[in-house]
Ligand binder design. Structure first.
Ligand SMILES: [Zn+2]
Length: 187
């Protein structure tokens, strides 16, 4: 993998992998070989894309895009919310690893979205639903709410001062994963 893959190529690689995943005609072709593992151990990581997505066990970026070890830098939090720790990870991926494509990947049937639509919560779960509620306003429609929540995460990333000053070199993409069809829709 060459250094600093441009955003257009990175997105193309993701979409190609997702098309193979949807069809499920071929086995997972992400490289998880011992050779790749050892190579990356000795030479360090050089992922070509950064993905922020949900912790939901059905939403596995490495599978959805058929990618292997060292290909994508992934941040997973319930509801793909973006707070300070997530932003720190994103800044690291962009500034230190030179990633040019950042994708916020929400998904259908998201428990965090449904919980936010249903009401308020105590405990730390409430921290997540509070953040989502701010993004979805008075929306009742789960898909609309999911999209608004994705856009909110994108805005938060764009507002990181470190990323803001480098925005011309970074592409931030909003995407929705359909848990039924397996398709990633760019929204
Ligand atoms: Zn979810």
């Amino acid at each position: 993998m060459v250094k600093n893959i441009d955003a257009k190529t990175a997105l193309k690689w993701l979409i190609e992998g997702n098309n193979d995943y949807i069809e499920a005609k071929i086995n997972h072709h992400g490289d998880i070989s011992k050779e790749k593992r050892l190579h990356l151990h000795h030479h360090g990581q050089n992922p070509f894309a950064l993905i922020i997505t949900c912790s939901d066990s059905r939403v596995i970026p490495e599978n959805i895009f058929m990618k292997g070890i060292g290909d994508i830098f992934v941040i997973r939090l319930a509801g793909n919310v973006v707070g300070d720790f997530a932003l720190g990870s994103i800044e690291y991926g962009v500034e230190h690893l030179g990633i040019r494509l950042v994708m916020v990947l929400g998904h259908t049937s998201c428990g965090a979205i449904h919980a936010s639509l249903e009401g308020s919560h105590d405990s730390y779960i409430g921290e997540i639903t509070k953040e989502i509620k701010k993004a979805i306003f008075d929306t009742n429609d789960p898909i609309k709410a999911t999209k608004l929540n994705i856009y909110n995460s994108v805005e938060k990333i764009k507002n990181s001062p470190l990323i803001k000053k480098d925005l011309e070199n970074i592409t931030i993409v909003s995407a929705l994963y359909h848990t039924h069809s397996g398709k990633v829709e760019i929204i």
